[in-house]
Design a protein around this ligand. Structure first.
Ligand code: F6P
Length: 533
């Protein structure tokens, strides 16, 4: 069967004998296989992509209609075809525009909700909105998936800008999560934000009930210290939350794309509306770049093309995201949902089985921690893991500049080591220097060989500010979009999460002893019997 990746695969077969290190014999490779946007630099020169591969990749983006689809997304067309929805998270940050959905400009409502969020955040931060015990000291965001990962990741990323109440995030239905979180908190000075697009997610609603009970032990009107973020105003009202503290959004904002709007309320309370609007400005700035820059200079397009080259052309099943920025330690988890929930699909938009792999497995940890854990496999394992490094020119700790430089040195060293490797001759020379000879030298040397020729990219940025974080997140969102368009899939639904949810609902009464397990398979029956105790 022919596929849209055949020309690229044919080309890869032809150039596979040339290593990445050898490709640097071409003068100007680093500049030619890099792109800058503003103060940001994306370097993909340490990959096997050569000039012709880049031509073919760009042609693929052109032939698959990325530009037209991009305009369809920004202008509010219903590109989420399986759910009949527009995909308009960009409208939450492009605040000047007007965007028509179903004949109506959605922007006045977006701006009004943002203003309400800002007003509430200011009231909380200034102590005008209080708990029964006075000024709010702690905010607990209860949500999961897109209603948790974005604000949780960003609160950590922007910790140097946090000057409001402390923010905590509870997501897991495991009671340990809420119990450990609430343990040190005072219910009389805690604000609970129930963040759920649908307001039906079982984990979130169960945790919200537990938080309400915890608060009711000390607070006479717990609902007065609850706020909600949701598309389901009827359900938030039924839950007893004052509409003045309910912040809505539309179904054209996907859960994993929702941190730009009211789902970002906890972040806004932590860093303040001004810093939050800088975050939005960063996202909008990347939107403009994505919409206007030629594909060869377009960071999201290039990031997507490099991803497709590694995944669909070279056949590498995973991609490691390795931020050399401790405060981005939740970025890999955030990107797991963004990329895998979006592009982990097995059929094309029209329901036909994909003749190639869909999106890759995304994983990672911050450097340098990962170096002392899984980098062994990345350097010497039999599988190739394309690595995506992120690193800032400057940290937030001027007194610890020497530590920052050590961090940067480690980041650069890793991409260099992955590319260069260490040959058997070099390993032999090292062993000879240590005084080894003969068979023992040979045996030891072989363990010290690094094959090299392992691809990586580096995204370098000036400093992790709200603006830069906004740019980075929008960059990855648009990368997912471009990969999805080229793969021909719908990146904006997530039917794959449904079956497990349904089965869990059916298993709960069985575990509680209210229903029997006879219809279940032998393994599930055995586990139920064990776990029921
Ligand atoms: O896991 C499926 C999912 O629907 C995600 O897409 C979403 O981010 C998450 O659940 C939470 O959903 P909600 O915000 O509706 O509670």
């Amino acid at each position: 069967m022919t596929t849209r990746f055949d020309a690229l695969r044919g080309h890869w077969a032809k150039i596979a004998g040339t290593t990445i290190a050898e490709a640097f014999a071409q003068p100007g490779r680093a500049e030619a296989f890099s792109s800058r946007h503003g103060a940001m630099l994306f370097d993909f020169s340490k990959t096997n992509i050569d000039a012709q591969a880049l031509d073919l990749l760009v042609k693929l983006a052109e032939d698959t209609g990325v530009a037209a689809k991009r305009e369809a997304m920004f202008s509010g067309a219903k590109i989420n075809e399986t759910e009949g929805r527009a995909v308009l998270h960009t409208a939450l940050r492009n605040l000047e525009a007007s965007v028509i959905v179903d004949g109506q400009d959605v922007m006045p409502e977006v701006r009004a909700t943002l203003a309400r969020c800002e007003g509430f955040a200011r009231d909380v931060r200034a102590g005008r909105f209080t708990g029964q015990g006075g000024r709010i000291t702690d905010v607990v965001n209860i949500g999961i998936g897109g209603s948790d990962l974005g604000p949780a990741m960003a609160c950590l990323a922007l910790a140097p800008f946090a000057d409001g109440p402390r923010c905590h995030f509870v997501s897991n239905v495991d009671g340990a999560h809420i119990a450990d979180t609430l343990k040190g908190l005072n219910p009389e000075t805690t604000l609970v934000i129930v963040a759920s697009k649908t307001f039906t997610t079982i984990e979130t609603m169960t945790n919200a009930d537990s938080a309400k009970r915890w608060m009711a032990e000390k607070v006479s009107d717990p609902a007065a210290q609850f706020a909600a973020v949701s598309t389901a105003a009827d359900k938030t009202a039924a839950y007893g939350i004052d509409p003045a503290r309910v912040f809505g959004f539309e179904d054209w904002v996907g859960g994993r794309y929702s941190m730009w709007g009211p789902i970002g309320l906890s972040l806004m309370i932590a860093i303040g509306p001004e810093a939050f609007s800088e975050f939005l400005r960063g996202g909008a700035d990347m939107d403009t770049h994505f919409r206007t820059a030629p594909f060869r200079q377009n960071l999201p397009v290039l990031l997507a093309l490099v991803g497709l080259w590694h995944n669909q052309v070279q056949g590498h099943a995973t991609r490691a995201v390795l931020p050399y920025d401790q405060r981005l330690s939740r970025l890999p988890a955030y990107l797991q949902q963004l990329e895998m929930e979006s592009n982990g699909k097995r059929v094309s938009m029209d329901g036909v089985d994909l003749p190639y792999e869909s999106g890759p497995v995304v994983w990672g940890e911050p450097g340098t921690n990962g170096q002392h854990a899984f980098y062994q496999l990345i350097h010497q394992g039999t599988r190739i893991v394309p690595c995506e490094f992120l690193v800032a020119r400057e940290g937030h700790e001027p007194d610890l500049r020497h530590q920052h430089l050590l961090l940067v040195a480690n980041c650069l060293a890793q991409s260099e080591a992955l590319m260069r490797g260490r040959s058997l001759e070099e390993a032999r020379a090292i062993m000879a220097k240590k005084g080894l000879t003969g068979a023992e030298l040979e045996r030891q040397a072989r363990h010290r060989v690094f094959p090299g020729n392992r691809p990586s990219t580096t995204l370098a940025y000036p400093k992790l500010t709200p603006f830069v974080l906004g740019q980075i997140i929008a960059l990855y969102e648009h990368r997912v979009f471009v990969e999805g368009v080229i793969l021909g899939i719908n990146s904006y639904d997530q039917w794959g999460v449904e079956l497990g949810k349904e089965l869990a609902l059916a298993l709960q009464p069985i575990l509680e002893g209210r229903a029997d397990a006879s219809g279940k398979d032998g393994s599930t029956q055995q586990l139920v019997a064990y776990l029921r105790g």
